[in-house]
Design a protein around this ligand. Structure first.
Ligand SMILES: *[C@@H]1O[C@H](CO)[C@@H](O)[C@H](O)[C@H]1NC(C)=O
Ligand SMILES: *[C@@H]1O[C@H](CO)[C@@H](O)[C@H](O)[C@H]1NC(C)=O
Length: 365
């Protein structure tokens, strides 16, 4: 090779190096911006969902197939880490301690499903893709070859799904699993979850659980009737405004909740159900971004090669402000404030901002 050619080659190599360096720096800058947006958002209490959408903007339709490219995995990992930091910060806030801390009692251990084979613990919360996660655990257990082959009815039947609860182990085995297994659960905007629970139990009742309407609904309704609501409303059945007033009323609720027993899991707080201040969960996924969180969880748990999460269209999971405004338009501001006070722990632990747009002005004098 001639000297001239050598020089040319070195020049070319140098140029490539520079281009690479600039590209790397540019990528880092973009990453940092995405992360900063999230950090700012936690402090300023903007809707988490909108900022997360920024992060997912770059991803194509293939995100719907629920696979993540490596750079998304990395960024999502940073986001999950920030969420976890927020949880531990809020857990230390003594002002809302009674809303965030619960003992790891049997009712909590009952909610946690175990996969010993893959060392996974999943704390189930009704309606937040709960059935899908149960199916995934069933496939991992080897009972079924594919998530699609499992009927919902079987997955939701405690006697038939074959899933093991953490409460069935000895206390030492429980402790070992809590310390060494991969742990996760899913949350959603607490008010959207109440909305979904209300629809599921008192409006559509698709699972044929008539006791909600017959046994549980009359109690909050009777309570509101005492405060000058007339029979016309009684005839129309339980409305969301009655449900909201009932949930926000701490004293009355305690008494009735006990009477209703297990049936109230749909409106217990995430803190009460899964004890996130006591149990160090690896990932708390958000329903609003399930398209990213679900595949991230599968990867983080080391099972992405064994199972996949079915595609869910973002329109189903995304936060809808209009829908919430519509639903709460009939609820007294005072009741909304009480309701927020009651669910404040969940809002703050999981970075859901205070829904001021619902509480702004007083229409009631
Ligand atoms: C939690 O404690 C605060 C006072 O520190 C009290 O106002 C609130 O009612 C309590 N909430 C519950 C659910 O016990
Ligand atoms: C939000 O909810 C409203 C009322 O239920 C509905 O009309 C609208 O289409 C929803 N918007 C989106 C973006 O899903």
């Amino acid at each position: 090779m001639k000297v001239g050619e050598m020089r040319y080659l070195w020049l070319l190599l140098g140029t490539c190096g520079w281009v690479l360096l600039i590209l790397t720096l540019a990528t880092k800058y973009v990453d940092l911006r995405a992360i900063n947006d999230y950090g700012r958002m936690i402090h300023n209490h903007h809707w988490v969902v909108s900022s997360m959408r920024q992060i997912s903007l770059s991803s194509s339709e293939s995100a719907l197939r629920l696979s993540l490219d490596p750079s998304t995995v990395e960024r999502w990992g940073t986001l999950v880490e920030r969420r976890n930091q927020l949880i531990s910060t809020v857990c230390k806030d003594s002002q809302i301690r009674n809303l965030t801390h619960v003992a790891i009692k049997k009712s909590v251990l009952d909610r946690i499903y175990v996969s010993d084979k893959n060392k996974i613990l999943y704390c189930q919360i009704p309606k937040l893709a709960n059935t899908q996660w149960k199916k995934i655990l069933m496939v991992l257990n080897g009972a079924y070859p594919d998530v699609k082959k499992i009927p919902d009815k079987i997955a939701n039947d405690q006697k038939k799904n074959g899933l093991i609860r953490l409460s069935s182990f000895s206390s030492q085995d429980i402790t070992t699993r809590l310390h060494t297994y991969f742990k996760f659960f899913i949350v959603r905007n607490p008010f959207e979850r109440l909305m979904a629970s209300f629809n599921d139990k008192f409006v559509k009742n698709p699972k044929f659980e008539p006791w909600y309407r017959h046994d549980i609904a009359p109690a909050p309704l009777a309570k509101t009737l005492n405060s000058k609501l007339d029979n016309a409303i009684a005839n129309a059945g339980l409305q969301f405004q009655h449900f909201a007033r009932y949930l926000g009323d701490v004293g009355n609720r305690k008494r009735l909740d006990q009477q209703f027993g297990d049936h109230i899991v749909d409106w217990m707080t995430y803190a009460e159900l899964c004890a996130p201040c006591e149990i160090n969960y690896n990932v708390v996924g958000h329903y609003e971004t399930l398209q990213k969180d679900a595949p991230y969880i599968l990867r983080a748990a080391g099972i992405s090669k064994l199972v996949s999460f079915p595609a869910i269209h973002p329109a189903i999971t995304r936060f809808n402000k209009t829908r919430m405004q519509d639903l709460f338009s009939g609820v007294r501001k005072e009741d909304i404030r009480n309701l927020y006070a009651r669910f404040q722990g969940d809002f703050r632990l999981f970075a859901y901002p205070r829904p001021d747009f619902l509480m702004m002005s007083d229409d009631q004098a």
